[in-house]
Structure formats: C-alpha cells, structure tokens
Write a protein that binds this ligand. Structure first.
Ligand code: PCA
Length: 333
C-alpha cells in the first residue's frame, strides 16, 4: 500500500518535470507555430479552392512553417452565409466568400455584381482597384482584413430550353446566389430560390429550380449537362470571391509574418485572375463536349437583359449614394 502511494508520487513528480521541461523547450524555440482553420464555400475541385491550397502552401513556406492552415472547403465547416461572421468573431481565423453575398449589408459589396458595368477582365481589375479601399474600410469595421479577391468567369444563363425572349422565364423556379440574381429573377417574373453552389445538382434534379445565371465554371463543377440543355453566354458581370482573415489575429502577428502572408496573397491574386480567364474558354468547351448547347444571346435577349441590368444599376446608385458615385467616378477615370 505504502509502496504504491510512493510510486504514484514519483510518477506525478516526473510528469511535472516533463511538463516543465517541455514548456522550457517550447519557449526557447524561435517561432511558435500556429494552426488556423479556414472555411470556404466552394468544391475542392474548383479553381478558387485550388488556388487557396497553393496559397496555404505558400504561407507555410514563407513563414518557415510558423502558420499552418487547415482548409475546410464546400461549406463543410461553416455554411457560406455564415463564413464572414465566423471570421469576424474569430471562430475561424481565415475564410473565403462571394463578396456580393453581402450586398444587402452594404451596396459597396455589390458593385462587382452590377450587370454590364465591366466588359472584360481588365475592366474588372479597374473596378476592383476603384472599389477596394471602400471595401477594405467597410470590412475593417467588422474586424476583417482583406487578403485578396479573384473573379469568377463571366455570368451567363442556364436553361432547359434555348431562351430567345425573357418572357420564357416567367414563372420559372430560378436559382439565385446573391442580391443581383434574386432581383433579376423577380424582374423576369421568375421565382428565386437561394441555393449554394455545392447543392446545385441536387436542387435541379429534385426540381427545386429549373434555371440559373452563373459562370461556365460553376456549370462544369456541378455537371450542368445532367440537368440543363442550354447555356447563353451573356457575360453579365464578373463577381469576385474574397479571401479575408480576422483583423485582431492579423494585428497580433509580427511584421515579418504579416508581410509573408501579404506576399502569398499577392501571388494568389495574380494566379487567380489569370486562371479565371483561362477557365472561361475551357469551361465553355467542357460544357459543349458534354452536350450543353452554348449560345451567343440573341439581340432580343441581350437588350431585355440590358434593360433589367439598367434598372439594377439605377437602384444601386440610389442606395449607394455618394460613396457609390465616387467608386464609379474612379472606375471611369
Ligand atoms: N459561381 C458561384 C458564384 C458565381 C459563380 O460563377 C455560384 O454560382 O454560386
């Protein structure tokens, strides 16, 4: 009995010594490594996600292994509409979301989803340059640091039949992913339903929706040929995904680590913009190879969509006020 007790004490003491030793070793090591969780909304196979995988590797490399990031794609850890708040509160340190998902919070976040404001990647880059300061300031107020943003390929219309006149869309169950697509649905007389990209195939197959506006890329990722026959290459807008982190966490890093992260972000930015452009034609070809008919919009369709676009832009200018005007002025300069 005595013996056992003594033995226990020895064990307890040596455990304490081991713990103290490991603390000393920890404190003596030059850089303490941290593990962050990253929540993203799109499939692992998507080019945005693959770019993020490279971004994470670059951060590990640039920081000498100081920052490790566990990626949770496809809304697997946090659902898309919750990712911004999860980063804000520090529930996750870093995340990605579609910027225009926040359109209702502040019109500034919708500017890249305004129809026909930009007609090319160069113009989209100009628009981002004009809108980045206001976007950063609005997100900083929410304790969020902007790292980089990458556009999706141009948005077009998927439907069961070829659409030559928007009247064909009346009464359709239409998949929406932000304020612009919801408003377009309503103005076409369709019925919008907000569905996240990873749930698209199921929503179409089960008849919850029949048509949508998104990129050729998202059509490929969700195997659009299984549920729609036609894509109309309207090239409406180039909405961006934004990659952000918790501002307190960022501010708590050494200047050197902050620089290492921003360097990785710049590289991800350049890779992402280039890849998005390449994706446009590749994805259009893949849609066609799999039996989706790709159409240039008819003049009628083009002008009908433009007139809806004009209404959305006019309403946005109203809501965005002087801050919106300033962005448009800088963009047009
Ligand atoms: N794909 C995303 C947003 C825009 C895009 O091209 C989606 O459909 O959810």
């Amino acid at each position: 009995m005595m013996f056992t007790t003594r033995q226990n004490k020895i064990t307890a003491r040596s455990t304490l010594t081991a713990v103290l030793c490991s603390f000393t070793a920890f404190a003596a090591s030059p850089a303490i490594s941290e593990t962050w969780e990253m929540a993203t909304p799109y499939a692992a196979t998507n080019f945005h996600t693959q770019n993020i995988v490279q971004f994470i590797d670059d951060i590990a490399q640039n920081t000498g292994g100081e920052i490790e990031i566990n990626l949770h794609p496809g809304g697997s850890l946090i659902k898309h509409p919750e990712i911004k708040n999860a980063v804000r509160s520090g529930q996750v340190q870093i995340g990605e979301f579609a910027l225009s998902l926040l359109s209702n919070e502040n019109p500034i976040f919708q500017v890249d989803a305004l129809p026909f404001l930009v007609g090319s990647y160069e113009e989209a880059a100009e628009l981002w340059k004009a809108s980045r300061p206001a976007t950063e300031a609005a997100l900083a107020e929410q304790n969020i640091k902007v790292l980089y943003a990458v556009p999706w390929p141009p948005q077009g219309l998927y439907a069961q039949e070829e659409v030559t006149d928007l009247a064909q869309m009346a009464g359709q169950k239409f998949r929406a992913y932000n304020a612009t697509t919801t408003t377009i649905a309503t103005l076409m007389g369709a019925v919008p339903a907000q569905i996240e990209a990873p749930d698209l195939a199921q929503a179409f197959v089960t008849g919850r929706v029949e048509s949508m506006i998104t990129s050729p890329t998202t059509g490929v990722t969700s195997k659009a040929w299984d549920y729609v026959g036609h894509f109309h290459h309207i090239q409406g807008w180039l909405p961006k995904n934004i990659v952000v982190m918790n501002l307190d966490v960022y501010n708590g890093l050494s200047e050197e680590t902050q620089m290492a992260i921003m360097e990785a972000a710049e590289a991800a930015n350049a890779r992402g913009w280039a890849e998005s452009e390449v994706q446009t034609n590749d994805a259009l070809a893949t849609l066609q190879e799999n039996g989706v008919q790709v159409h240039q919009p008819s003049d009628e369709l083009r002008s009908q969509v433009r007139s809806i676009g004009d209404q959305i832009v006019a309403e946005w200018r109203n809501r965005a006020g002087p801050e919106g005007e300033e962005i448009l002025k800088k963009f047009e300069e």
